[in-house]
Design a protein around this ligand. Structure first.
Ligand SMILES: Cc1cc2nc3c(=O)[nH]c(=O)nc-3n(C[C@H](O)[C@H](O)[C@H](O)COP(=O)(O)O)c2cc1C
Length: 223
């Protein structure tokens, strides 16, 4: 079983999103999965031109020649695809959006209707499961609302949203103890996904743990 994270944090390996992603993959690897963490900030990914050549002239193949060729292959081969991003202005980062737009060759120009909604058909039926990992700088759950709606279209089996994300990189020992406890829960989620294809209610609940009361966090940020 292959797990791949496409991480859209501009901070790449040094980001809080990366810390969460590493914990998730560590758990998956312990359960026997092959894992890969792709940092999109290190890749050359041009913006989709919107030419639709990948639908009408060369179905499934993009005209642009850059790192997407290699990444698309990795995407196709994965069993579990994880989109990871910090919240930037309520949404995914531009890095991840550029990547997701370039997945257009996976769609076909056939409109399908589901009740009152319309979508494009997949060129090849999806076999992957989708996971979302995100962190944001502010406290409160509202910062993830836009992102949640955006990612709903890929029907994620698991969504891990971490507010107060700055704490993930804290040097304070007391904070680090709490963060370690949280990252163990993220690791457990990765383990369960790889071992059984699903994540228990107990683990899902522990992913919601508070890292620090809001007032204390605001003081911690110095804002
Ligand atoms: C341009 C920009 C926009 C941001 N927008 C939000 C936001 O809307 N809500 C929020 O809670 N945090 C926001 N943040 C804070 C980031 O989500 C936070 O710093 C996060 O921990 C960065 O993760 P990373 O280290 O993986 O890049 C923003 C940061 C930047 C630079």
């Amino acid at each position: 079983m292959k797990f791949i994270i496409f991480n859209g944090s501009p901070s790449g390996k040094n980001g809080s999103t990366g810390i969460m992603g590493n914990a998730f993959l560590k758990g998956a690897e312990k359960a026997g999965a092959q894992v890969e963490h792709v940092f999109l900030s290190e890749k050359n990914i041009g913006y989709c031109k919107g030419c639709f050549t990948c639908w009408f002239q060369t179905p499934g193949t993009c005209v642009m020649k850059d790192d997407m060729e290699e990444l698309m292959e990795k995407y196709r081969q994965a069993d579990v695809v994880c989109f990871a991003t910090p919240v930037f202005t309520w949404n995914m980062t531009a890095n991840l959006k550029a990547f997701v737009d370039r997945l257009a060759p996976l769609k076909s120009p056939l409109i399908v209707r589901r009740e009152d909604d319309f979508d494009l058909a997949d060129a090849v039926s999806k076999t992957q499961k989708f996971v979302i990992i995100s962190n944001c700088g502010f406290p409160g759950k509202n910062n993830f609302e836009t992102l949640k709606q955006v990612v709903a279209s890929c029907n994620p089996v698991l969504e891990i949203y971490r507010n107060c994300g700055k704490l993930l990189k804290s040097k304070d020992e007391q904070v680090q103890r709490k963060v370690s406890q949280y990252l163990e829960a993220v690791e457990q989620a990765g383990y369960e996904m790889a071992a059984s294809g699903e994540v228990s209610e107990k683990t899902r609940k522990s992913l919601e743990m508070e890292l620090m009361p809001v007032q204390e966090y605001v003081r911690y940020l110095g804002m």
